[in-house]
Ligand binder design. Structure first.
Ligand SMILES: Cc1cc2nc3c(=O)[nH]c(=O)nc-3n(C[C@H](O)[C@H](O)[C@H](O)COP(=O)(O)O)c2cc1C
Ligand code: SF4
Ligand code: SF4
Length: 273
C-alpha cells in the first residue's frame, strides 16, 4: 500500500505527530511519502492522487477549523473515492467544528474519510502570553498517535468495515467562523513586527512564512496575507519579532470557556472512528 502523509505545521506540533505516524507506517511495512505543505510553493504543486492508495492529512486547528490555506489546498484535490484520515493538533479550545467541517469538505472532494483524531499541542499564542497545553504533545499523545495509525490502517485495508460515525453539527455556521477568523487575525493578534531595526537581516522570517506575507526588510507582515501562524516569531534567531501581548485575552478565554489552565493541560488526545 502507498500512503501519502501530508501535513501543515507552522510551529512544529503537527509535524511531531506526523513523524510518529510515519514511523509507525514504516514499521508496518507501508510505503509512505511525506509531504510538508507548510510553504506556499509546496501547496501550489499538483498532488498525483492516482499514485496513492490512501491519505493521512495533518493540520493545526485555527479558529475551530483547519487553516484556511489548508482548506484551499484540499479543495484542489480530486479524490476519486480514495480513503483518507485527518489528524489535528490544537491548543485545548473549540475543536469539534474542525472535524465536522473537514468531513463536509472531503465529501465534496470525493475523498472517503475513515477516521479522524485530535492531539493536544502547545497553543501558538503561548508565545505571547497564553499558557495552554504547554507541555504537549507528550508521550501519552504519541502513544495515542500510534494507536490511531494502526486503527486507521485497518480501515484503509478494509479489515475494519465499520464506518466513521457522524459528527454533531456545530452551533457555528461556516460563515460565522469566517467572521471569527477575520476578527481574530487583525483584532486579537496584531501583525508580527520587528522590535527595532537592529537584526542580523538573515531573511529567515521571509523565507519560511507559509503565505509569503513577511517582508524582512520592513520587518513586518502584509495585513491581507498574514495568517497569524507565528512561524516567523518562533524561528527568528535574534528573537526580535513580536506580536501584541495576549495575556489579557488568555484570562478572558478561560472565563469564556468556563475552564481552567489545569483542565486544559489535562485534556486527553482522542481518536474518532
Ligand atoms: C491563528 C491561530 C488560531 C488558532 N485557533 C485555535 C483554536 O481555535 N482552538 C485551539 O484549541 N487552538 C487554536 N490554535 C492553536 C493551534 O491549533 C495549536 O497550537 C497547534 O498545535 C499548532 O500547530 P503547529 O505547531 O503544527 O503549527 C490556533 C493557533 C493559531 C496560530
Ligand atoms: S528572522 Fe529575525 S533576524 Fe532574521 S531577518 Fe527576520 S527579523 Fe531579522
Ligand atoms: S508573517 Fe504572518 S503568516 Fe508569515 S510566518 Fe509570520 S505570522 Fe505566519
Amino acid at each position: 500500500m502507498n500512503i501519502m502523509l501530508a501535513y501543515f505545521s507552522a510551529t512544529g506540533n503537527t509535524q511531531k505527530i506526523a513523524n510518529v505516524i510515519q514511523k509507525k507506517l514504516v514499521e508496518e511495512g507501508i510505503n509512505v511519502t511525506k509531504l510538508d505543505i507548510t510553504s506556499k510553493s509546496s501547496r501550489e504543486k499538483d498532488v498525483a492522487v492516482n499514485q496513492y492508495d490512501a491519505f493521512f492529512f495533518g493540520f493545526p486547528i485555527y479558529s475551530m477549523r483547519a487553516p484556511r490555506v489548508c482548506r484551499e489546498w484540499l479543495q484542489k484535490i480530486s479524490g476519486r473515492g480514495k480513503k483518507c484520515s485527518v489528524f489535528f493538533t490544537y491548543g485545548g479550545f473549540g475543536k469539534d467544528p474542525a472535524h465536522y467541517y473537514m468531513k463536509e469538505l472531503l465529501d465534496k472532494q470525493n475523498l472517503k474519510l475513515v477516521s479522524t483524531a485530535e492531539f493536544l499541542g502547545a497553543h501558538t499564542f503561548n508565545r505571547s502570553g497564553w499558557k495552554a497545553a504547554e507541555q504537549r504533545p507528550n508521550k501519552q499523545d504519541f502513544e495515542i498517535a500510534q494507536d490511531y495509525t494502526i486503527k486507521t490502517i485497518q480501515r484503509f485495508y478494509g479489515q475494519d468495515l465499520n464506518e466513521l460515525k457522524d459528527f454533531n453539527k456545530p452551533m457555528f455556521s461556516s460563515s460565522q467562523l469566517d467572521q471569527a477568523e477575520k476578527y481574530r487575525f487583525h483584532i486579537i493578534t496584531k501583525l508580527p513586527t520587528r522590535d527595532n531595526n537592529s537584526c542580523s537581516m538573515c531573511k529567515l522570517c521571509e523565507k519560511i512564512c507559509p503565505t509569503n506575507a513577511m517582508d524582512y526588510v520592513k520587518g513586518t507582515a502584509n495585513h491581507d496575507s498574514c495568517i497569524a501562524c507565528f512561524r516567523c516569531i518562533a524561528n527568528c534567531p535574534d528573537r526580535v519579532l513580536h506580536t501584541n501581548d495576549l495575556s489579557n485575552t488568555w484570562s478572558k478565554k478561560l472565563e469564556l470557556h468556563k475552564t481552567t489552565k489545569e483542565e486544559i493541560d489535562n485534556l486527553v488526545s482522542r481518536i474518532y472512528l
